[in-house]
Design a protein. Structure first.
Length: 358
């Protein structure tokens, strides 16, 4: 099979015009294998140094899984890189799979499926029988204005799990609500670990922004199945799913879409919390982009982000970012506008850019 690598679509022209050399690896394995991606990308740098020459500075960047690889490289090999630009990535590690599982567990509980009969892992008939039942009882087809009580409870729980009250969430949920039902798996390792990777034993499902649980929330939490991950799925280092600890030692400028519910905005917040806990916030600049796509960034947003990272590294000028850990800031209707650059939009269900919301 012929293996290829993708061009850095939004950054390629900028890199070429400014005299950068860029290199990428197709990785030696398929699937969501972050550990191998880290090893192969680091080896690529060593190969480049020997084949072309050691560059004055090295920057690492990537989207989605590539962003996860970027974040791990920034921690595991800080002496090899001068700055990191991870985008739309899973920096909550296995918590992404807890989120997928929780969405489906809560949905099952809300439509009246008893805890003992809630499915994990999903059965072979989950997609053909259980999902249509959930969608019918919640009246998914009614759209954003859906007044169904069960629908709005699932929506509220999802908002709190995915990053809290924030702009664009209503339209984001409308676009992802059915998709997330499809993320319930028959293989609890999700292809990234040898055993069950989902852990919801300590999950708290909330219907509002008040951390204190109301009687209604207590009842909901008691009705939802709990699962525990196998110890083998929580390995550290470069095995299993490499954990992003927040122990960064080089400047990191990160971007995430506030309306992404595939790899939700909460992944960015978890990253920020871990970095703060390690006392490394001075090396971290997060930026929120107003889009509901996964990795929905345009050329101007990425070029500005990368250019600001380079200026930070080379001139010591720390760029501006967004306060992603302050719930009041995140809930502001204008949140994310500072670094969002409007380019195009569509009027179909993909809603690439919602001009009326910008």
């Amino acid at each position: 099979m012929e293996l290829t690598v993708s061009n850095p679509t939004n950054l390629r022209e900028h890199l070429i015009k400014n005299g950068y050399a860029w290199a990428a690896s197709s990785y030696s394995t398929n699937g969501y294998d972050v550990a191998q991606g880290v090893k192969d990308t680091h080896s690529l740098g060593t190969f480049f140094n020997g084949k072309v020459g050691k560059p004055k500075r090295v920057y690492i960047t990537g989207h989605s899984m590539g962003g996860h690889v970027t974040a791990v490289l920034a921690e595991q090999y800080p002496k090899a890189y001068d700055g990191a630009f991870p985008m739309c990535r899973v920096t909550g590690d296995t918590e992404l799979f807890d989120y997928f599982g929780s969405y489906n567990f809560v949905a099952q509980a809300l439509v009246g499926i008893e805890k003992e009969k809630q499915q994990f892992p999903a059965s072979s008939t989950y997609a053909t029988e259980t999902v249509p039942t959930i969608m019918a009882k919640m009246e998914f087809q009614n759209g954003i204005s859906n007044q169904n009580i069960l629908y709005n409870k699932l929506k509220a729980v999802t908002e709190n799990m995915s990053g809290g009250d924030r702009p664009l969430f209503d339209v984001a949920f409308e676009n992802y609500k059915s998709f997330l039902l499809g993320q319930h798996t028959t293989a609890p390792g999700y292809g990234v670990a040898p055993g069950n990777i989902v852990n919801t034993a300590d999950m708290v499902y909330q219907l509002d922004n008040d951390p204190a649980l109301s009687p209604e929330e207590k009842e909901l939490n008691e009705s939802v199945i709990r699962v525990a991950a196998d110890p083998s799925s929580k390995q550290q280092g470069l095995t299993g799913v490499p954990k992003v600890t927040g122990n960064i030692k080089i400047p990191v400028l990160a971007m995430h879409n506030i309306g992404d519910l595939f790899v939700p905005f909460s992944m960015e917040q978890i990253y920020g919390e871990r970095i703060a806990e390690k006392g490394n916030s001075d090396l971290f600049v997060p930026r929120a982009i107003r889009d509901i796509q996964h990795c929905g960034f345009n050329k101007q947003e990425e070029v500005e982000g990368f250019s600001d990272l380079v200026k930070w590294v080379e001139e010591g000028v720390k760029p501006k970012g967004d306060d992603i850990l302050n719930p009041e800031v995140v809930a502001d209707p204008n949140f994310g506008k500072q670094f969002t650059r409007v380019s195009v939009f569509t009027t179909d269900n993909t809603q690439k850019r919602l001009l009326e919301s910008l």
